[in-house]
Ligand binder design. Structure first.
Ligand code: AMP
Length: 367
């Protein structure tokens, strides 16, 4: 594909806050966006030039949408793959293979293992007998996860013993049982890969989760993370190259080390990162890059899919902290804006339901 001209339209599959931030980055580059999503109340469509609201399986609408776009990308990894056959060859970036791999936790783990990555010990579960066998093989404690459609800790059950499995229905697409990783910290590797295969990485933040939801990403990451970033990047690079990926790709990891402290120097041998999951898209743990990096993940994703040169990913300050605003916490504007140096982002969602990501605040350069 050639470089797309200013004024061209980029199609975005998915209408959430990631699409909203991609659309704003595209606008800065003189590009228009067209959102394609099933929900009527799309916060991405509010800042885009056009909106097609229809079912993912509406192939006639998909074809018409693609005809008006120079390139089509996605902000949501659970877009059904089959209808995307309605798009002309080469229009979609990243491609469908990345979606297929990332939509299925089992396929994802196998794919990453083939490339030398190390997930937590796991077993596939499609029946009660397999569940019993999985607990015996992997051991407890562990986490049972739906293979498909889980996000932000949804579709997950913590299992301390076999009794905790009572009442868990096994969906037709199956489950994966994972051993509980005793991690010192969580981090993500976020990269952008251009059309020519060039890869740039952002610094890896230390990600903190509560009840399966990201609450904070913080730089610099502690030593235990810094020590594991290189092998994690090497794996992420292999994943991106194997998929001939174009755009921003995220891999999430657990940093492990026997008895290692979360903060302070790590003297002993480090175990190496444990792969958790990947997202074929811009990621919540990269929101800090909007103000904290020379080029944000959103801008570089647009640049990559548009065939433009990639921007520098360097971090701009010694310390950057991004806090998610979840549920009603987002409504306390006076508190969020009390710090005149804080960058407040609200996604324009109407209802501040518990557990819902409503916005985030980034602080750059604080002590
Ligand atoms: P996931 O949606 O798979 O990323 O899981 C959400 C969060 O649950 C992760 O970021 C971890 O904090 C926790 N978690 C998931 N899987 C495991 C595991 N195998 N061991 C320990 N913690 C986990």
């Amino acid at each position: 594909m050639d470089v797309i001209e200013p004024g061209s339209t980029i199609g975005i599959l998915g209408g959430g806050q990631l699409g909203r931030m991609l659309a704003m980055a595209a606008a800065q580059l003189g590009l228009r966006t067209h959102i394609f999503a099933p929900q009527a109340d799309s916060v991405a469509a509010e800042v885009a030039a056009r909106f097609t609201q229809t079912d993912w399986h509406d192939t006639a609408a998909l074809a018409a949408f693609a005809a008006g776009c120079a390139v089509v990308t996605y902000e949501f990894e659970n877009v059904p793959v089959a209808p995307l056959g309605a798009l002309p060859a080469g229009k979609l970036a990243p491609g469908t293979r990345a979606l297929e791999v990332a939509q299925d936790r089992l396929a994802e783990k196998r794919f990453v293992e083939q490339l030398g990555g190390r997930p937590a010990p796991y077993a596939a579960v499609s029946s009660a007998a397999e569940l019993e066998a999985a607990l015996a093989a992997v051991g407890t404690p562990g986490i049972l996860k739906t293979r498909r459609d889980g996000y932000d800790g949804k579709g997950q059950w913590r299992i301390g013993s076999a009794a905790d499995c009572a009442g868990i229905a096994i969906p037709p697409s199956g489950l994966v049982y994972e051993g509980m990783v005793e991690f010192a910290a969580e981090f993500s590797v976020i990269l952008v890969r251009g059309r020519g295969g060039e890869i740039r990485f952002w610094d890896s933040a230390h990600n903190q989760h509560e009840r399966g939801i990201l609450v904070r990403s913080e730089l610099p990451a502690p030593d235990i993370v810094a020590r594991q970033v290189e092998p994690a990047r090497a794996l992420a690079r292999k994943v991106a190259d194997a998929l001939d990926y174009v755009g921003v790709l995220t891999l999430e990891f657990f940093a492990t080390a026997e008895g290692a402290p979360m903060d302070g120097p790590v003297d002993g041998p480090v175990d190496g990162p444990v792969f958790n999951e990947m997202a074929p898209r811009v990621h919540n743990s990269g929101h800090w890059t909007i103000e904290g990096a020379l080029t944000s993940q959103f801008e570089n994703h647009i640049r990559a899919v548009a065939g433009l040169p990639l921007g520098d990913t360097a971090t701009l300050a010694p310390r950057v902290v991004m806090d998610n605003l979840i549920g009603a916490d987002a409504l306390d504007l006076a508190r969020h804006l009390a710090d005149a140096r804080a960058h407040l982002h609200l996604y324009g969602k109407a209802a501040a339901r518990p557990g819902r990501k409503m916005g985030h605040v980034t602080r750059v350069g604080e002590a």
